[in-house]
Design a protein around this ligand. Structure first.
Ligand code: ACO
Length: 370
């Protein structure tokens, strides 16, 4: 089919298309820089707390003493979580919890920072409650005085974590909080741009994050390390994967053509975990070999380590089961999604790209007999 001369250019995957203006985060792929409201991610992770990052992303201001108290799971949400089969994917449980919470809250337009804070305060409790319910355990309430990361671990294990473990999870939540116009954030912005509400946008974002190309990678990183087994087998393993045209999870990025700064920050966190995962040395050695193979076999494309590679180490190191990794990423990203939803709502313009039609030319149904 010939393309009409006046048709706008088609960009598969919308690569290279600028679809929003944002003051929230800068993803500088060429130089491996990530800024939250202008502040480098490494400084934020070192000096901040997740509550201060939520506040920074939502308001643009840096208040290191910000407190965001964890909220218990509202009864209606708990009732819904109890109905889910134990086999439910934790991402589906999180999406369900947010949806039921939103149905109950009936949030008015436009979305606000306070609505977002309420959502961010209860969501970790809901995920922890689901994790316990599927194991046949009763949920527990957040212990007063704990921050969101500590309370999430406490509600998972019914025991307050040691401060170093909680701090490692907090670092993960900060590093995952925002990342420009990625697929899930774009999904959230598209939804809210129709003047839909915060929870509908967040449910859509969770759906987008669930896919293995976006938020599902860290759990698969662990499986890969199992397959690799020893550092000296990593190179042959990577060559075989690429020969079979299979993806290596935890590598490559749509935007970064340099080392993902979040991976760098999380590698430091992983190396300093109080319970250093036994396979961390394997991960570090395998990373080196895999990067060498990418450089040799994909010389025209810079493929480096992405955030998911060391996220796997941190999340396993703080005691999460791998199937909770994507939903925990979702908890982190609630901050960025909410900030983008508020920013997009202020623009108040529906997002409606066009499709190039490649179907049948106009034709006509057969005449009905008689
Ligand atoms: N393993 C193997 N090959 C890869 C990888 C990878 N991880 N990443 C890119 N490539 C190859 C592609 O197969 C393609 O090869 P070809 O030119 O021979 O066809 C080439 O590099 C270009 O890749 P694209 O798919 O065009 O890169 P794109 O920018 O569209 O994709 C993506 C980025 C989806 C992240 C990709 O790198 C990938 O699938 N990585 C693995 C999954 C992963 O780790 N996802 C987490 C990303 S971080 C996040 O979402 C928070």
């Amino acid at each position: 089919m010939t393309v009409p001369a006046n048709e706008p250019p088609f960009s598969p995957g919308l690569a290279g298309v600028v679809a929003a203006e944002t003051a929230i985060g800068l993803v500088d792929g060429a130089n491996g820089r990530l800024l939250y409201r202008g502040y480098p991610i490494v400084e934020v992770v070192k000096q901040g707390t997740y509550a201060s990052v939520v506040d920074l992303l939502l308001t643009g201001e840096w208040h290191p003493g910000t407190v965001l108290a964890p909220a218990p799971v509202p009864p209606m949400v708990l009732t819904a979580l109890r109905l889910l089969p134990a086999s439910t994917h934790p991402m589906d449980a999180l999406r369900t919890a947010v949806s039921v919470w939103g149905a109950n809250a009936g949030l008015p337009w436009p979305p606000t920072a306070d609505q977002a804070r309420e959502l961010i305060a209860f969501a970790p409790s809901a995920l922890a409650a689901f994790s316990r319910l599927r194991e046949g355990l009763e949920p527990v309430n957040p212990q007063p005085g704990l921050d969101l990361a500590s309370a999430f671990l406490q509600q998972l294990h019914d025991e307050a974590p040691d401060p170093a473990t909680a701090r490692a999870l907090e670092a993960y939540l900060m590093a995952g909080a925002e990342h420009g116009l990625n697929a899930s954030t774009f999904a959230a912005r598209v939804i809210v741009a129709t003047r839909s509400d915060l929870t509908s946008a967040i449910c859509g974002a969770i759906g987008a994050l669930k896919g293995p190309l976006h938020g599902g990678a860290p759990a698969e990183v662990l499986g890969q390390l199992d397959e690799i087994g020893t550092i000296d087998h990593a190179e042959a393993w990577a060559r075989e994967k690429l020969a079979k045209r299979e993806l290596i999870m935890g590598f490559g990025h749509r935007v970064y053509r340099a080392y993902d700064p979040r991976a760098a920050a999380l590698r430091v966190v992983a190396e300093n975990l109080p319970h250093r995962p036994p396979w961390l040395d394997l991960a570090i050695g395998a990373e080196e070999a895999i990067l060498r193979v990418f450089a040799e076999l994909k010389p025209n494309r810079v493929i480096k380590t992405n955030v998911e590679f060391y996220a796997a180490a941190v999340l396993q190191g703080v005691g999460l089961s791998p199937d909770l990794f994507p939903a925990t990423f979702g908890l982190a990203r609630l901050a960025g999604w909410s900030a983008h939803v508020i920013e997009q709502a202020a623009v108040d313009k529906i997002i409606r790209p066009e499709a190039r039609y490649v179907g049948a030319p106009e034709r006509h149904l057969p005449q009905a007999n008689g």
